[in-house]
Design a protein around this ligand. Structure first.
Ligand code: FRU
Length: 449
């Protein structure tokens, strides 16, 4: 268990069976909670149930009892969670604040719910997230449009109310406000080209622009607007930007209730469509990333960067310095392992392309086109001071690449090839200096069962 051939070793996957979107991400009393779209009965999508896992450090996950099972209103589609510190719902029944799950009951997706629409519902815990009960007054929001789903809730302190962003249909989304999560008022609709499902909304300071804070609205595919939100209306101030350039990044969600002074905005995505042949489980989550905004010449841009906790599971760190490459490759190690965290700083000089190869997969920077290429995906990436910085997390079936400290993020899945232990660096068509290369093995975080 947990050491099957294609089992990711430091990424979350369900003990068994199918998993898709991360749901209900919140932090409470020292634990990060991760719910997930789950089919308890098979390795294909279906019978949507909320699985549940928790972790003290975003590394070591313990899967516990499922939290939400299908009922007469439908199967349990995606949603979010909040700690109701002010007991606005009135659900509190003891010392602990209520913890509320806001989810979609997908009517019509099970025999018991035939003929019913998709609606938004609540479930809550009064014992600090150990047991869950559904709100007897469900649904709290009736059908707005056929298929509407994936409510994400945040507390908006200036107006002392909850703000909910919801997927409607096609490329349409909407914002709602509620004093108590039970009564919802429509604020406005929002369109995001080529984007569907699982929206998110949050506010962040802009690194490099002291005093500036911006709102980010994001769709399930990671595409996002930067803008302003006054408690009633989100006004995009940017084009729709790309949050991740990989082939397997989807249904991302950020954590609620991470307390000050940490107050990080941490995101997990489903690594959609990975292949896990012969495994008792199917699909995995991305590695948790801290999301920040960075001031750039084009305006503020999102960065994604693996949470620093990963350093606790580094092992056998190797490093190399000032490797001068002239149109050639060098083998750094033939035995790099299948779980790696690698960082590379490259001075570009006159090379046409530079990069590294891990287990036969190339992460290639095209210096002329100024693009990063990996596993069939391409992202624009400009050098900074004549240098490119790359970081790569490899965990058996996934490769997550971060360019220039998270300005580009590329999350992809791939099945390891035979030669998965080889780590090479290369330059083509000219010279370059690999000023710094560090490679750490990453330890498994699963319990030894
Ligand atoms: C996104 C999604 C959501 C839906 C859920 C169903 O992957 O399609 O829109 O709520 O998955 O499992």
């Amino acid at each position: 268990m947990y050491n099957e051939t294609h089992r990711p070793q430091f990424h979350f996957s369900a003990r068994e069976n199918w998993l898709n979107d991360p749901n209900g991400l919140f932090f409470y009393d020292g634990q990060y909670h991760l719910f997930f779209q789950h089919n308890p009965f098979g390795t294909a999508w279906g019978n949507m149930t909320w699985g549940h896992a928790l972790s003290p450090d975003l590394l070591h996950w313990r899967q516990v009892e499922h939290a939400l099972y299908p009922d007469a209103l439908g199967t349990m589609f995606s949603g979010s969670a909040v700690v109701d510190w002010h007991n606005t719902t009135g659900f509190q029944a003891g010392d602990q604040p209520p913890i509320v799950l806001i989810y979609t009951a997908a009517g019509g997706t099970s025999p018991e719910s035939q003929g019913k629409p998709f609606t938004q519902c609540l479930a809550f815990s009064t014992d600090g997230a150990q047991t869950w009960q559904k709100y007897p007054g469900n649904p709290v929001l009736g059908e707005q449009r056929s298929g509407n789903r994936d409510p994400k809730v945040i507390w908006h302190d200036p107006t002392r109310r909850w703000i909910i962003t919801l997927y409607l249909d096609e490329n349409d989304f909407a914002l709602y406000a509620s004093p108590d999560l039970i009564h919802w008022e429509h604020l406005h609709d929002l369109v995001a080209p080529d984007s569907i499902e699982c929206p998110d909304l949050f506010r962040l300071p802009v690194d490099g622009a002291p005093g500036m804070k911006k709102w980010v609205w994001m769709a399930g595919n990671g595409r996002y607007y930067i803008g302003d939100f006054d408690g009633s209306r989100f006004n995009p101030e940017s084009d729709l930007l790309t949050g991740d350039w990989g082939a397997n990044f989807y249904a991302c969600q950020t954590y609620s209730d991470i307390p000050d002074p940490d107050a990080r905005r941490i995101q997990i995505a489903w690594m959609k469509d990975g292949q896990y042949p012969g495994m008792p489980f199917n699909q995995q989550m991305s590695f948790p990333c801290e999301i920040r905004l960075r001031d750039t010449p084009h305006g503020p841009r999102l960065t994604r960067w693996p949470v620093r906790e990963i350093e606790r599971i580094w092992a056998d760190r190797q490093s190399w310095e000032n490797l001068h490459l002239d149109s050639r490759g060098i083998l750094l190690t033939a035995d790099a392992g299948q779980q790696l965290d690698i960082s590379v700083s490259i001075g570009l000089k006159d090379a046409r392309a530079v990069g590294l190869e891990i287990g036969g997969v190339a992460i290639r920077y095209d210096c002329e086109a100024q693009t990063l290429n990996c596993l069939g995906c391409t992202a624009p990436l400009a050098p900074e001071d004549g240098r490119i910085h790359l970081r790569c997390l490899l965990d058996r079936t996934s490769l997550e690449v971060y360019g220039n400290r998270g300005l580009v993020s590329m999350s992809s899945c791939c099945l390891p090839s035979e030669q998965n232990a080889v780590l090479r660096i290369f330059a083509e068509g000219g010279g370059s200096v690999f000023e710094q290369v560090t490679a750490s093995n990453v330890l498994s975080t699963w319990p030894k069962e």
